[in-house]
Design a protein around this ligand. Sequence first.
Ligand code: C2E
Ligand code: MG
Ligand code: MG
Length: 699
Amino acid sequence: MTEFFAQATLGLQSALAFLAAFVTFDLSKRLQAKLTVDSAFYLIGASLALSTGLCSLAVLGVDSQNLLFDLGYHPLLAFGVWLGTAVLCSLGLAVGCRSRSAALSTWMGSGLLACGIVVSQVVFIHALGLSPGVIWSTQTLIAATCLAAVGCAAALWFQSEVRARIRHGHLAWQAVSALLLAIAIVGSQAAVINAAALDGQVSSAWSVRVPSASMAMLATVGSIGLLVMLLLLSQIELRLKASLSLAKGELEKQSLRDPLTQLPNRSMFEGMLAQCVQKADATGGRLALLLINLDGFKPINEMFGHRAGDRVLREIAARLRSMAQPHMVARLGSDEFLLLLPDDPSAEEASSVATRVLASTCLPCRIDGREAIVTSSIGIAKYPKHGALSTLIAHADAAMRVAKASGGATYCFFEASMVSGLREQTELLRDLRCALEKGELELFYQPKIHAPTGEITGAEALMRWQHPKLGLVGPSIFIPIAERYGLIGALGNWLIDEACRQIRTWRDGGLRMRVAINLSVHQLRQPDLVDRIARALKERDINPGLLTCEITESVAMEDAEGTIEIFKRLTQLGVSVSIDDFGTGHSSLAYLRKLPTSELKIDRSFVLDLETSEDARKVASAIINLAKSLDLKVVAEGVETEGQNKILREFGCDQLQGYLFAKPMSAKALALWAMDDVGPRTMNFRSSLFKETRPPELV
Ligand code: C2E
Ligand code: MG
Ligand code: MG
């Protein structure tokens, strides 16, 4: 029976030692190298767990000796031992249990813990107040301390290796460390008891004492309760922290994603772009950044509602994602996306991706059985050619604006002249102010072809700026600046005079060329616009029928009554009026009927898709039929392929204009072509454009 109790007590002691060691490691593994408030709490918890375990074991160790006299502990002394042990343990753990401790601190920590283990047992025996006193074997005590130090060192080392290297199965490995520490505690405390000897009749010196049996009961139940509570608290805290960091991670992830399309947002994309730039710098590679802005998205929101607009954006996002490498597409904002080509793309590769993006975005999106069509304007900026990381997106944006301004549904590479920054704009504005005086502005002419015969019937005058440093700058760059800073009036006046001068020069040379000029919204607001045109025509003695004024659909619709009035006066003058970029604005049919115009120009975006999209064909055919039913001429601009040419002719389009026939050229080049048939393509000028004789001086 006694044997059984001895076994049971040893089992209980081992279990208690293991539990105390496990809880100690569970808390101390969160100690940081720097002592923070959090760390201090973990340290206090861990040292209380260990000292409670050690003191309980000390009490149980004494109790298991089955001495034949009554034992009792001095309560204050017992409490003092518990506290003192806690202090020693906290020192030992603080030194030996910080993250990845060095060998020396492991040994120092183990030494302190060993002292805690041995001293707690020794002092607990003293707390019994035995008289005569206990006789100690110093050698055995030293041996017990050494055993405890080695055991603690092994346990601490193992635990620190587990922390540093092993993440999975952490608790199982922690149990191994706890087992090592438990063996050290139980073994060395047993050795301490063996080191104590009693001599003769012994009695307790304390008058107030807690009986040993009660103390053993308290040590068992109280310490198990406390340790289990600490363990539970520690685990609950661990789980709370884990779910908190999971939630934080999820939040962080969400803050980097666009909630509508789930694509990376601008800030995530910028981080990724910076990494790609770093990589490109290291390898000498290149990048190409495409900024994609949807054309005609606003009307979809207005016509189909915002939910439909959202679905279109999601659909476009999915298409873009399927065309790019993972994480290389982002939504920049409303209807704008970014796509990065990170693998050293050539200009041709970037163009080919842009072409595919154009083709993919203009495929119709089905919404509740209806089809919504958008196209896109793409700006491409290359790294490092087109600027540093900080300007790359802005430069792609500048290029996109040019693509959009030239009619949309196209892509455009960045050029230095497309500067959008305030500084560059100010410089451009400064240069533009002198451009007129310095004669840097020039009109280029793009022929218009009579569709049934293929003959040249006229030309559209398109402004160019021969900038001394930037080279030839297109109107999409400087017209908006001129409009914004009040220079458009002067530019527009020059345009009218210059176009009339050129018509006269050609006319004198025998070429009766019809010329179309583009009027900006600001010119329409000039009260003397019509008078000025009339004066210029009169001064040059030009038949007003040779001049056409092109006004974009959106501008024409802006101030309906005012526009009708100006159109009427121009028509009365004999000048033709043409609605440019038709199909992109919101013309009402009733209003269109009232407008005294003679021509509609189908916007380039519809022409672009003629060969690939049934819907684009339907729109083009509808515009042509509408024009015919309103008795208007119809011109298709941006014809680039034979296929588009064929379809438009079949639809009965009156006139065609585009790179397929000729790009905009200088007046001189056009005249030479007319005279000598030396031109981009072998096309004839309509014979009515010529006088009987062809004098040599045309330009
Ligand atoms: P717009 O009046 O619609 O002119 C047509 C634009 O499309 C021109 O660009 C022309 O070069 C381009 N284009 C013609 N055929 C093709 C083709 O086959 N493919 C492609 N990709 N493009 C083609 P540009 O000259 O850059 O002019 C852009 C816009 O700037 C014009 O659009 C017009 O709105 C404005 N603009 C041009 N000159 C003047 C001007 O003197 N005064 C004003 N107020 N605006 C002007
Ligand atoms: Mg035009
Ligand atoms: Mg146009």
